[in-house]
Design a protein around this ligand. Structure first.
Ligand SMILES: [Zn+2]
Ligand SMILES: [Zn+2]
Length: 300
């Protein structure tokens, strides 16, 4: 079975970030994967209001409609949902979803930090109602805490939510977990848009970060036995991007291999990678295609 790639041209033309250009080289930068039969590129459709209102309040929907930075929100969430549906239907094995507007800072009735609708929770809602899948594991490796996702799944024992951020927390039932990243983010880095001096990156931060992610997620996920795994992947953690914790592509590829193996082991390979934060087009071009290649079992 193939790997689905979900994309809409608006994500390259008017991305949510003020830089706006992070996906300017896509989809062309996906060559040669676009001509490989193990991959299929699909256009992200807009999500319907009915689904949005099962997850979010009317007030949030109205706020998103008024916010011009959220113009790509409908197609962003729609692509994540369609990817998850096609995995559930067995039409594709796994998926990578591009987005123009993010999801993990969007809760039931709040949004911000370049996020508009909670794409992952919308996908969970659709998979439960239409396909009978019930249990989901989410690994969030964006630089920032997934506060919106946590708000929406806080009381849901059938969602394992492991977030690599700046705090340390585990819920009594063990399904909601925050793990501080190695080195630790200082408070001023907690806010999107700040940048730290990356002139002296720490040696082997990639391996330390990967080991932290693996330790936090792997065994918990095996015990949890999800029906599908989401990896919320932000490249804002990359050296020189706005959530810089000193990572390079190496860390992301290690996690990609780990989480693909985990999906094969626990849920018949059902895995969706959802793009999160990150602003630089050179980093996107350098990191995203090889991650998609890993999903399809190809090396670039
Ligand atoms: Zn972020
Ligand atoms: Zn967190």
């Amino acid at each position: 079975m193939v790997t689905g790639i979900f994309y809409h041209p608006s994500f390259s033309r008017r991305s949510y970030l003020t830089q706006g250009s992070r996906l300017q080289d896509f989809p062309q930068a996906l060559e040669p994967l676009l001509h490989d039969e193990r991959f299929v590129l699909m256009e992200s459709p807009p999500i319907s209001e009915d689904w949005i209102l099962k997850v979010h309040s009317h007030e949030l929907l109205e706020g998103v409609m008024r916010d011009t930075l959220c113009s790509t929100a409908w197609h962003s969430a729609g692509g994540v949902v369609l990817g998850a549906e096609k995995i559930a239907l067995g039409e594709i094995r796994n998926a990578f979803a591009f987005i123009g507007a993010g999801g993990h800072h969007s809760g039931r009735d709040f949004f911000g930090g370049y996020c508009c609708f909670n794409d992952v929770v919308l996908a969970i809602t659709v998979l439960r109602e239409r396909y009978g899948l019930r249990r989901f594991a989410i690994l969030d490796t964006d630089a920032h805490h997934g506060d919106g996702t946590r708000d929406l799944v806080r009381h849901d024992p059938d969602v394992l939510h492991v977030c690599l951020c700046y705090s340390s927390y585990e819920s009594p039932d063990g399904t909601k977990v925050d793990v501080p990243v190695p080195g630790g983010l200082s408070l001023w880095q907690v806010f999107e848009g700040t940048q730290k001096d990356s002139s002296a990156p720490e040696a082997d931060m990639d391996h330390r970060y990967y080991e932290t992610a693996r330790k936090a997620f792997y065994d918990r996920c095996v015990r949890f036995q999800p029906d599908l795994i989401f990896w919320y992947f932000g490249f804002d953690t990359h050296r020189g991007d706005y959530g810089d914790i000193g990572l390079t592509r190496k860390a992301y590829l290690l996690i990609a291999h780990m989480i693909k193996e985990l999906a094969e082991k626990t849920c018949a390979g059902r895995l969706e990678v959802v793009l999160g934060g990150g602003s630089r087009s050179d980093i996107a071009r350098h990191c995203i295609p090889p991650i998609i290649a890993v999903l399809g079992g190809v090396s670039l």
